[in-house]
Design a protein around this ligand. Structure first.
Ligand code: PLP
Length: 626
């Protein structure tokens, strides 16, 4: 566990048990040891049709732990409650979950359920997100906020106003100046008194990747001039009392509390000014940005890590608002945050098989170098290289090995060297680098996964997540590896890991399956993933503890989309496709044989696009070309 820094990024939810398997503590470190859930057992039960109660789901697999969600929500709430009590703050914290982080129905429903005792609400950034938020909040606390963010048209605003009519505690947050006129007009038409917020464009800018849209020139929100014009419009329409909330968002993954305090103080000044201008201000909504320490370094100096705890975050926010409001004699506002990443990141683990590995360096007796066909220059490189080996002159040896290889590649391209000879030279080169320079070759493990579907942030913005074998952690890994996915795309590989490593220590796959887990990916990855190469989303199971030591129950299981499902996404019609293929089979193979062969095709439509489990790990590594 030290090798993979599990204690650093995984605590209090993930640890390693005596069998060398990852265990999950869904209630955090307060979980009693006999209540820990062995992740390997969950995976076996979900995927193995032969195990008792096994579900036979195809990999890859997302394992959700609703209790982790509950613990995250409660920890966030109690961090604010304690900061508020300690600092004598005279209002409360009332958060919302931004559904964009993970819109999965069960995730959102669970958050609403677990947050009901403390009025936890939802944030929507589009019309479908608003529809799902309204529907999920039907079972929530009536005081829970329903924050409507994002760019809005008349339809979005009408929907949000209807939500107010339906007694949801809806706030329409103005993102652009033009929206205010629509809100004034439509609310009059619908006879609803809206509650309005506005999103301020702060000067405070965060320098990390996620801060690129913040600051004065940022994409979102209203400038001071916009704000003053909105105030005037509302005042002229006798609706200034409707303006009750100030929102800002300086970017996800805020690296330090110093930057956070800077932004919150600036926003608190705007809040106080709005009060002075006559708005009936009640809530300050500090947006998202509460970060995750993906590498467990607590360094806070990159998008990978933050330097504060939940408690320090809450304390910095409460303090910054209190100082400004006290100075301006403004009543302390309700503090709302839209923390997404911090709530959902830990709750799920993506499990996938590492299916194969290549041993790049053959042994000397496997190398049969036919000198006959080598050019004079190449032969002299070979002798110079051998000479350097005798003298233990590694640098010279590598130089001639490299030169020999280059020359042979040229000869091959010209057509004067056969593939057997080139293979022999490649083997010789690998052997030299391995044995003489003593660098362990990095092996490529093929993983039964699409990075574009399941870890899109790695491909798009270089976000690194902890990836760890979920078993055999009591054995020393022997291999350095990079991971290559199933897509025909050269970007479909993972060659950066936490701790700045360019490879991942892994075990040699034995006879059984070798499972890796990607952790802390519960936010954004499912929402952003695409269907590159028509690989669809993974299967999903939801896991709760059950009675008895080390027991768990799979309370919900869902196979990932089949080939037919993903084909439908791109407007193909699997039924019609199958009929066409069946006719063709019957035409060319005869009616009986054809219809029998067509049933094999039918099965492919029904199965998931990923590789079926293999018992052996003998595939050679893929060279992705594309
Ligand atoms: N609120 C708004 C307006 C956002 O744009 C985002 C995400 O970027 C969030 C909340 C969630 O941020 P985070 O996941 O960092 O908590």
């Amino acid at each position: 566990s030290t090798l993979y820094r599990i204690d650093n990024w995984g605590a209090p939810y993930f640890a390693v048990n005596d069998s060398g398997n990852i265990t999950v503590r869904p209630h955090g470190s307060s979980t009693l040891s006999h209540q820990e859930i062995d992740l390997l057992k969950v995976v076996k039960k979900a995927s193995d049709p032969k195990s008792v109660g096994g579900l036979g789901l195809q990999m890859p697999l997302i394992v959700r732990f609703p209790d982790v969600l509950k613990n995250r929500l409660e920890s966030l709430q109690s961090a604010f409650v304690s900061a508020i009590q300690t600092q004598g703050y005279e209002s409360r914290y009332q958060g919302v979950y931004p559904v964009k982080c993970n819109q999965d129905r069960f995730v959102v429903e669970d958050i609403v359920k677990f947050g009901t005792p403390f009025r936890f609400g939802l944030e929507a950034g589009s019309k479908p997100e608003l529809l799902l938020a309204m529907s999920c909040l039907c079972k929530g606390n009536p005081e829970a906020l329903l924050i409507c963010n994002g760019f809005k048209d008349a339809e979005y605003i009408s929907l949000a106003l209807l939500a107010r009519k339906f007694q949801f505690n809806t706030v329409i947050v103005l993102e652009q100046e033009e929206e205010v006129k629509l809100v004034i007009d439509i609310s009059k038409k619908l006879s609803v008194r809206p509650v309005i917020g506005l999103r301020a464009k702060l000067r405070t800018k965060h320098s990390g990747h996620f801060g690129s849209t913040s600051g004065e020139k940022g994409k979102f929100g209203l400038t001071t001039n916009h704000i003053l014009r909105v105030v005037k419009d509302l005042h002229d329409s006798d609706m200034l009392d409707c303006l009750q909330l100030l929102h800002f968002h300086i970017g996800s993954q805020i690296p330090s509390t110093a930057l956070l305090q800077d932004g919150v103080s600036e926003a608190a000044q705007i809040y106080s000014e709005l009060t002075r201008l006559g708005a009936d201000m009640k809530v300050i909504d500090i947006g998202g940005g509460l970060g995750i320490d993906y590498d467990g370094s607590k360094s806070g100096n990159s998008d990978l890590s933050v330097s504060y705890s939940l408690e320090e975050y809450a304390s910095a926010v409460v303090n910054a608002i209190q100082v400004v409001c006290d100075r301006k004699s403004v009543k302390h506002p309700i503090i709302c945050s839209e923390s997404g990443r911090a709530i959902v990141s830990h709750h799920s683990v993506l499990i996938f098989e590492a299916m194969s590995t290549t041993d790049t360096a053959p042994s000397m007796n496997q190398i049969n170098l036919p000198f006959i066909e080598l050019s004079e220059d190449a032969r002299s490189d070979y002798w110079n290289m051998s000479d350097a080996v005798m003298r233990h002159d590694n640098e010279t040896c590598l130089f001639y090995a490299d030169q020999l290889k280059q020359r042979c590649v040229e000869q091959f391209k010209e057509g004067s060297l056969g593939i057997e000879q080139l293979a022999a030279v490649d083997g010789l080169f690998d052997l030299v680098t391995k044995t003489i320079v003593e660098t362990e070759p990095v092996r490529t493990y093929l993983v039964n996964l699409s990075i574009f579907t399941s870890i899109p942030d790695f491909w798009s913005i270089g976000q690194i997540f902890p990836i760890v074998p979920i078993h055999r952690l009591d054995q020393k890994p022997e291999v350095k590896a990079i991971l290559s996915d199933l897509t025909c795309d050269s970007d479909g590989k993972i060659d950066k890991f936490i701790g700045g490593e360019a490879n991942l220590p892994l075990h040699k796959p034995g006879n059984g399956q070798y499972y890796l887990g990607m952790f802390l990916g519960g936010a954004y990855q499912e929402a952003l993933g695409g269907v590159h190469n028509l690989f669809g989303s993974p299967s999903v199971v939801t896991v709760l503890q059950s009675d008895g030591p080390h027991s768990f129950a799979i309370t919900h299981a869902m196979s990932g989309p089949s080939c037919a499902d993903v084909l439908r996404v791109m407007q193909h019609e699997p039924k019609l496709m199958f009929e066409n293929l069946k006719h063709r089979a019957e035409e060319f193979c005869g009616i009986d044989a054809g219809s029998c062969l067509a049933s094999t095709v039918a099965r492919s439509f029904q199965n998931m696009p990923y590789l079926e489990p293999r018992s052996s790990c003998s595939l050679t590594a893929m060279n992705n070309g594309g």
